[in-house]
Design a protein around this ligand. Structure first.
Ligand code: GDP
Ligand code: MG
Length: 372
């Protein structure tokens, strides 16, 4: 309803924008042609012009493309998919170090040589089973992804430093993790340190209803060291046990849907989006929409930087070919044609711009009336 602008209303009922503006002005409302009209304003205008107004959401079709993609899922095609694991915890407790250590420990040695740079998402192989890890830039981003429906996380690892214990951000992470409903594993990091105190961490966590299994609760605590690799196999085995209980399934033949976990503008390559595939298979040549951006997938590089033709379930890689940088946390869906993808994304982008514009004009008018 608030998606109808003054000039759009004027066009729809064969009036000029200034006629509409002057009627509203007569009613004591100061608007410009780009402002959005509310439902009651539309009804008043309808009465004034003697026409019947029915309010229909102009964005209706483009707003639901992400949900339409789910209609393409056929449960008879279900296969088991790898778990997607998100690592959270207080700053400096070792999230990034742990991710980097797992990756360097698990990627075949021939390839490990090239891995120096930290990346935000990757898949490892643990005794023939895959696990995808994601480094969230923060729990604000995690919540934003959840609210957008780009909720890729299956299992959460809360990292707590064994020498530092539960900190304010650990508490926040606990509440986010509980709200998500995902299984939680606590990785007690830095156990290589002399000052490490596993029991202190367990006690602090138990106070917050995160009682360790060996204390009669249901949360696994694994002592790890991102420095020397202690406990990493234990952690991965535990993830696989949790994953098996979740019975994660997806349809590799469905219309592809995924989430943008990171994005940037790269010199010479253009917009690059790091995507995790949730359903279907992402292929070079697919026409995709990521919120207000769109494009034909020009190239995909996997998490080892190698060009690939496609990304399968729970796999991650960088995608080239979008017209602009999508927000991280955006949902990605494929469309049948580039035209459809473009129309959906540009309609959204235009509305987003118009909304911004109308906000800024309103401020100006308010400021002006303040001066009068
Ligand atoms: P993040 O902010 O949670 O991503 O933490 P970082 O991974 O950046 O680590 C913060 C600091 O702790 C860095 O100086 C790391 O070298 C150090 N660190 C991380 N893991 C370990 C560990 O297992 N043992 C020791 N001794 N130091 C660690
Ligand atoms: Mg970090």
């Amino acid at each position: 309803p608030e998606e109808c602008r003054v000039y759009e209303f004027a066009e729809a009922c064969g009036k000029t924008a200034s006629e509409v503006i002057s009627v509203l002005f007569g009613l004591g409302m100061l608007v410009t042609k780009n402002d959005f009209l509310k439902q009651d304003e539309l009804e008043i205008l309808g009465e004034e012009f003697g026409i019947e107004v029915t309010v229909r959401d102009a964005l209706e079709d483009v707003n639901y493309v992400e949900e339409y993609a789910d209609e393409d899922i056929d449960e008879t095609n279900y296969v088991t998919r790898p778990p997607v694991v998100t690592i959270m915890g207080h700053v400096d407790h070792g999230k990034t170090s742990l991710l980097d250590k797992i990756r360097s420990a698990k990627v075949a040695s021939g390839e490990a040589g090239g891995i120096t740079q930290h990346i935000s998402a990757y898949t490892v192989d643990q005794n023939g089973q895959k696990i995808t890890f994601v480094d969230t830039p923060g729990h604000a981003a995690f919540s934003a992804m959840r609210s957008r429906g780009a909720d890729v996380t299956d299992i959460i690892i809360i990292v707590v430093a064994a020498d530092d214990g539960v900190k304010p951000q650990t508490e926040e992470v606990i509440s986010h993790a509980k709200a998500s409903g995902c299984p939680i594993i606590v990785a007690v990091n830095k156990i290589d340190k002399e000052s490490a105190n596993m029991d202190m961490v367990k006690a602090q966590m138990a106070e917050r209803e995160m009682t360790p299994v060996d204390w009669g609760g249901d949360v696994e605590f694994i002592g790890v060291s991102a420095l020397n690799g202690t406990g990493i196999d234990d952690l991965l085995e535990n993830i696989l046990i949790q994953s098996e209980m979740l019975e994660l399934k997806a349809d590799p033949t469905a219309k592809v849907k995924g989430a943008v976990v990171e994005s940037l503008l790269e010199k010479g390559r253009g917009p690059v989006a790091t995507i995790i595939v949730q359903n279907g298979t992402l292929k070079v040549g697919d026409n995709i929409v990521c919120d207000t951006t769109y494009g034909r997938v020009k190239a995909i590089t996997n998490d080892q930087g190698k060009p690939v033709k496609e990304l399968g379930l729970s796999e991650t890689g960088n995608v080239l070919g979008l017209n602009d940088v999508p927000v991280s946390g955006a949902v990605m869906v494929a469309q049948d044609s580039e035209k459809e993808a473009r129309e959906i994304a540009t309609t959204r982008a235009e509305h987003a711009r118009a909304k911004e514009l109308s906000k800024s004009t309103k401020v100006t008018l308010e400021e002006m009336s303040g001066l009068i």
